[in-house]
Every structure is written in structure tokens, then in C-alpha cells.
Design a protein around this ligand. Structure first.
Ligand SMILES: C[S@@+](CC[C@H](N)C(=O)[O-])C[C@H]1O[C@@H](n2cnc3c(N)ncnc32)[C@H](O)[C@@H]1O
Length: 360
């Protein structure tokens, strides 16, 4: 696969719509003002965005579920569907995009513009979870976006930790409906659940393995459903769950997702945007950057977990950093860099402060 990558430096815009609301509010950032993000048109037709409402048939979605649980340090255990569940039931599931049909070995990790990889949990998600655990990010009262969410573990953690609202976005509608939504359900305790039978039997007890004084993530796999009536009842109850009212689910390309939410009044602004393993394709950087720019709250933070380089696709942290720097809108700081193996990183983006603001 090869992708044309072009750091176009757009010409000065006189149209205020080309400049982010935060810049106008904070005083103009000279470098940022030179960039016309609205002119960054994607090369191919883009997938329309749509919102997905929970949930037509939660009972079915959790049928034959094989779940895994990941527990990292003091974080609450996070449950998610194992990919194999789709092998058993692909033909019965709604999948207009036809991305479920192959088994895990046959399925490509990415088919650009068709399937963007959301059906499995990518390893940088775990890096970011570990960083959140270490740094003690608090979510209380915050608006959170899990951008390119896939299984949605980062958004689910924010939900469990008291975020005010959590929006999940994935390119593929099948991912949202068949994976993200069921995963959110799996992590909603029953409204009246204190110490349920499920938890006593271990469904909610992720392991913390201590090795050489370091906390390591523990993973469990467990069949939770398979025609088990209590689990079906549980799924049906969960569709009404209080926590779900804090969540919204979107599919589609970043550019159309942005257009969709920009129509809302008030337009959402997020205190925290998570994005794990989403900067592998340089052709998507303009839409991604613009989405971050338009949707991040003025003092918000974007956490990006990524590999240094994505072989076969071409993107990676260095190219993204260069792109971000050239735009001049965000500062980018490294929070964590792996020391071994394929290099992985967690970085944070925040709006650059204008000179006027710094002098205040
Ligand atoms: C490799 S997957 C990572 C999934 C998940 N964040 C993880 O770490 O497990 C990349 C995700 O980025 C999103 N994505 C990639 N390109 C996109 C685009 N052009 N528009 C919208 N979403 C995109 C897809 O939703 C996809 O699930």
C-alpha cells in the first residue's frame, strides 16, 4: 500500500471560518491563522457519519459472547468482546460493510477506506490505560471523546470514572454496533448491582499481576452468555442503564463526523479526546487535525497513543509531529516513550497559548 503525502502549506485565509474558534477567542495565533483547514479536502469519497442509538437488540449482541477482561493497576476491570465472537455469528449480524465475514486470521488489520481496524484492541490502547493509571487522570464532570474508538476501552474507562458525557466515534458502523456498544453494555453494572454473582464468579475480577515490583496488566477470557438466561435478562436491562444516557455513538469519516456534530447547538467541545493508533495514514492527517482543532475545549487535552512507524501504511509519530508543528495550532509533548521493541509513545496535544494570553 502506498500513500501520497504532501505537506501543503495553505495560503493565508481571510475567511474567519478557516480559523478555529479557540484562536479567535484567545487572540490570533499567527502561525495557525495561515492554515486553511477547510481546504484540506480528502482525496477519496468519504464515509458519511451517522449516530447510532442504543440498542435495538442488546440480547442478541451479547449472544455467544466470549469476553476478555483487562485490569491495569487500580483501574476498574474493563470487559470487551473477543474477536472470535464474530466468527460464530457473522452471518446473522448486521454488517452492511461486510467486515465481519472473515475470521481473525484472514481479516486484514486495515483496508484503507473500507475497514480501519476497529474490531480488535490495539496495543497502544493498553499503553494509554497504563499511563492514565499512573498519572491518575480524573474524569469527573468532563466531556470525553474516544476518537477512532474501536472496542472503546478508553471511553469506557472515562464512563466508569465519572465523566459527564462520553462520545464514541469509529469509522465503521459495524464496529460501533457490534463491538463498541456491546462493550459499553458489558461494563455497565446493573443499576441495583452491588456485588453480583457474575463478579463473585470472576467476570468482574481482573487480575493484577505483580512482577519485579511492577504492576502488569492481567487478561482473562470467559464465555459469558451462550444462551444463559440471566445474562440475556441482564443485557435487556442494561439497554435502559443510567450510564448509557451519558454515551453517544457515531460512525463515519472524521470530516463527516465533524460536520455532523458541528450542526448541533451547542456544538460539543471535549475536555479530553483520546485517540489510540489512529495516525498510521498520513492521508487522514488533515481531517484528524481539523477535528481535534474544532472539537477540543480551550483548555482540553488530546491524548494520542501511537507507534513510531506503521509499516506498510507509512504514517507514524514523527510525520504527525511534523504535521502538527507546521500547523502551529497545538503544542505536542511526549508523556511516555517505550524503551524496547517496536517504539510506542503516548503524547498529549494542547492548544498553544497566544502571546496575549501568556502575558495576562
Ligand atoms: C487501528 S484502529 C484503532 C482502534 C482503537 N483506538 C484501538 O487502539 O484499539 C484505528 C481507528 O481509527 C479510526 N479511523 C482511522 N481512520 C479514520 C478516518 N479517516 N475517519 C474516521 N475514523 C478513522 C477507525 O475508527 C479505527 O477504529
Amino acid at each position: 500500500m502506498s500513500f501520497c503525502f504532501n505537506f501543503d502549506v495553505p495560503t493565508q485565509s481571510t475567511n474567519p471560518d478557516d480559523v478555529d474558534g479557540n484562536e479567535l477567542q484567545n487572540g490570533k495565533n499567527d502561525s495557525a491563522a495561515k492554515h486553511k483547514e477547510d481546504d484540506a479536502k480528502p482525496a477519496e469519497p468519504v464515509k458519511e457519519a451517522k449516530e447510532h442509538l442504543p440498542l435495538s437488540d442488546p440480547e442478541f449482541l451479547l449472544r455467544d459472547a466470549v469476553t476478555e477482561t483487562v485490569t491495569i493497576g487500580s483501574l476498574p476491570p474493563l470487559h470487551f468482546l473477543n474477536e472470535t465472537v464474530f466468527e460464530k455469528t457473522a452471518s446473522e449480524r448486521e454488517d452492511e460493510e461486510k467486515i465481519l465475514c472473515c475470521n481473525v486470521e484472514q481479516r486484514s488489520d486495515l483496508i484503507s477506506g473500507v475497514y480501519e481496524g476497529g474490531l480488535k484492541v490495539w496495543e497502544c490502547t493498553y499503553d494509554l490505560l497504563e499511563l492514565i493509571e499512573k498519572d491518575g487522570e480524573t474524569f469527573g464532570g468532563k466531556a470525553v471523546l474516544d476518537l477512532g474508538c474501536g472496542a472503546g476501552l478508553l471511553g469506557i474507562l472515562a464512563l466508569q470514572r465519572g465523566a459527564r458525557q462520553i462520545h464514541f466515534q469509529d469509522y465503521n458502523s459495524t464496529v460501533i454496533e457490534q463491538l463498541t456498544l456491546p462493550n459499553v453494555l458489558l461494563n455497565c453494572p446493573e443499576n441495583d448491582e452491588v456485588d453480583s454473582e457474575d463478579d463473585k464468579e470472576g467476570r468482574g475480577q481482573g487480575k493484577v499481576q505483580e512482577e519485579d515490583g511492577c504492576k502488569k496488566k492481567g487478561k482473562e477470557k470467559q464465555e459469558v452468555n451462550d444462551g444463559d438466561p440471566p445474562a440475556k435478562k441482564r443485557a435487556a436491562d442494561l439497554s435502559q442503564h443510567d450510564l448509557l444516557t451519558k454515551c453517544r455513538f457515531f460512525s463515519g469519516d472524521w470530516s463527516t463526523f465533524l460536520a455532523l456534530v458541528k450542526k448541533e447547538e451547542p456544538q460539543p467541545k471535549y475536555d479530553i479526546i483520546f485517540s489510540s493508533e489512529t495516525i498510521y495514514n498520513t492521508a487522514y492527517y488533515p481531517a484528524l487535525h481539523k477535528t481535534l482543532n474544532k472539537l477540543l475545549a480551550p483548555d482540553g487535552l488530546v491524548y494520542i497513543a501511537t507507534k513510531s512507524h506503521y509499516f506498510g501504511v507509512g504514517g507514524g509519530l514523527h510525520l504527525f509531529e511534523t504535521f502538527v508543528e507546521q500547523r502551529g495550532i497545538f503544542s505536542l509533548d511526549h508523556l511516555w516513550d517505550s524503551e524496547e521493541g517496536l517504539q510506542r509513545h503516548v503524547v498529549v496535544l494542547r492548544f498553544r497559548k497566544s502571546k496575549e494570553n501568556l502575558n495576562k
